[in-house]
Write a protein that binds this ligand. Sequence first.
Ligand SMILES: [Zn+2]
Length: 487
Amino acid sequence: MRVLAGGIETETNTFSPMPTGLADFEVIRAADLDESEEMGGFGGPFNVFRRRCEERGWEYIFSLYAFAQPAGTTVRAAYESLRDELLQALEAALPVDIVLLPLHGAMVAQGYDDCETDIVGRVRQIVGPNVKIGVELDLHCDVTAELIDDADAVVIFKEYPHTDINERAEELFSIIADAAEGKVKPTMALYDPRMIGLFLTPYEPMRSFVDAMIAREAAPGVLSLSLAHCFPWADVPTCGAQMLAVTDDDPTLAAYLAQEFGQRFFALRHALDPKSLSLDEALDKALTIEARPVVVADQADNAGGGAPSDSTFVLRALLERGVREAALGMIWDPIAVKVAMSAGEGAALNLRLGGKMGPMSGDPLDLNVTVTGIIPDMRQYWTQSDGELAIPCGDSVALHCQGIDIIVNSDRGQVLSPTVFSNFGIDPASKRLLVVKSTQHFYAGFAPIAAEIIYMAGPGAIPPRFTEIPYQRVDLRKYPWLDDPFG
Ligand SMILES: [Zn+2]
């Protein structure tokens, strides 16, 4: 068998003030990789696909993988050039038996509301009806009927935080390999539970819902069950959750399972309402807790959802309240990083910090800080079910100001791990308060050390208050706009 793999991934927040251009994509091409070189970051599925092909003696062809940190709508020319490069690599590799596409599922470009449906449709046109196409998506995706028509199998992450990226790649490979060998014939169905929201899988009732999907996958004829959670900060007509079932040559069972699990999910809607507190409520609560550290998630300024990650609202409030023994990360401010690196470790200086990207970031803070650490090209290590992923943070510095350690970096990205602090010799477990700019991905690394976790919906680009999102193009006959959209 000849297996080609490639992908273009970003998550598009159409409300974000920053467009996504070609320079925002890290592009890895076949020529950039050695035979045995492992891919980092979200590229883990490519390692899985290559290894599984090698085990079977199949020919593995890597085409291209492009990843951009979530931000605003992708510039049309950037999307088209990456897409066409991927398609040209496919055409050059023909004939192939299998195409595997790790995509995101919530990528929007100018002129393309749904880049993944566009990519998969064009791949199908090129390869014809008999080649098997497998697609892996982030659960913050929208899935369309066109996409499942053009793919043979779609498998979506089950966990939020996303700790199962490689497990799902293994599952997708097995289904598609079996399909190519004629052992199974995947059939797919979708069910729309008419919901928009953010659903955290470590907590009930989501934990039991995910476990029930996994348990049912062991039933005869069931190949895979996935819940597409949707990505709420995208003003596109397809925005909304979808339940997806993949069965072996049984479209009736697929439709039945999609509906059964979709209706189960819908029945949980009230229990799934976000519990996030306002900025003042969150800090009031955090400061009454004796045990340490209390972790406060600044969900609204999560770079992983397309926010700038340079908002100053929480830091300003901590300084005004005189909170000490606190640490906060990461403020994206390449200029401040450059100034602090030039000043050097141990230097005290006046620095204008954060608040640069627009009104959603608040005003900059003018602070007298001490540079306590400098790490060029820093990495953080994100806990996964099968190990750790090294995630680049760019040049990073630790600043100290009035009892608060502040991590500032130059490659925009959310906090995924306590190593953001411990890399600098700051012991996160000893702090009274840790503020992390992240919606939920921080959880896997911080839950083991946190005395308590508080989710905060402060001001910012992606607050988890869905009815306040200024949609123009989304059909809002959904929960939470209607309590019972089916009624
Ligand atoms: Zn996601």
